[in-house]
Design a protein around this ligand. Structure first.
Ligand code: GLU
Length: 289
């Protein structure tokens, strides 16, 4: 049975691009008689707000989507991520890194591939225990994956994308990615892998901006002995000038469209989806906060 999910981060209001992604995942589940889950990726306390979580659920319901309860909030599952990190620590595949952002920027070589941001140059990778202890006394640390060791341990890996077929994973180009941050004991990569496994997700539906990151996820699945879902990375919706929709496009949030009188049917057809079966297209009666 297909189990898929929509996993937004509550850092703003949902826009048309999110509507497309949520509808695509929902449709993949409903066409196959599968299950559709909602996961709120709210590990970042500085950027995620409970009011955006509430708003996004209301907007999705307005759009006509339903999902299985309970919704998984990542902020409530830190112990799961800590346990996964602990396994990698016990395997000797992660290390604490005390470098500041500016130290990394200064040392990192420019990137010539599809990886965003600087690749960590490795200063803390081989610190002696005494040096680590001295730094830990007055500097916070992140935990990084020792990518070379991890790749050597995992061997060749592949994963499957619905549009592109079999993909050979090349996580090494990401370098020693952060698995636990200074402010939160996890990272996007670690929590998404743990959650997809814990929720029994068999099909990850998400935008192709995350296509490259799947190589890292595949590696973490191998290291943590977790099952590998299948993936469907969909193209991203763009505006008339070819720009990706983003949270800054306030006029194209579902909230703004709804306040401007658009119906759920209008929004569904704006992103290329058929009307909901059995729905007339009349505006919802619920009031907008
Ligand atoms: N939380 C991510 C986002 O809002 C999506 C993560 C995923 O689908 O794996 O972009």
């Amino acid at each position: 049975m297909i189990v898929t999910r929509f996993a937004p981060s509550p850092t703003g209001l949902l826009h048309l691009g999110h509507a497309y992604s949520a509808l695509a995942a929902h449709e993949a589940a409903s066409k196959a008689g599968g299950r559709f889950l909602l996961r709120i990726e709210d590990i970042d306390p500085g950027r995620c707000k409970p009011e955006f979580s509430l708003a996004l659920m209301e907007d999705l319901r307005w759009l006509g989507l339903t999902w299985e309860e309970p919704v998984r909030f990542q902020s409530q599952h830190m112990a799961d991520y800590t346990a996964a990190l602990g396994r990698l620590q016990a395997m000797g595949l992660v290390y604490p890194c005390f470098c500041t952002r500016s130290e990394i920027q200064a040392l990192a070589a420019p990137q010539e591939n599809d990886v965003e941001g600087p690749v960590y140059p490795g200063a803390c990778r081989h610190l002696a225990e005494t040096a680590r202890a001295a730094l830990a006394a007055d500097r916070p640390c992140v935990w990084r994956l020792d990518m070379a060791r991890a790749c050597a341990q995992a061997g060749d890996l592949v994963w499957h994308d619905a549009r592109r077929g079999e993909v050979r994973a090349d996580p090494a180009r990401f370098g020693d990615v952060v698995l636990a941050r200074k402010d939160v004991p996890t990272s996007y990569h670690l929590s998404v892998v743990v959650d997809d496994a814990q929720q029994g997700v068999s099909l990850v539906t998400r935008g192709e901006d995350l296509f490259a990151a799947t190589d890292v996820h595949r590696l973490l699945q191998a290291l943590l002995s977790l099952p590998t879902p299948r993936y469907r990375h969909h193209t991203l919706m763009r505006d008339a000038s070819g720009r990706r929709y983003a949270k800054r496009d306030k006029a194209l949030t579902l909230r703004a469209l709804r306040q401007a009188g658009k119906t759920p049917q209008d929004v569904r057809s704006m992103v290329g989806f058929d009307p909901l079966p059995g729905r007339s297209g009349t505006p919802p009666t619920t009031s907008v906060a």
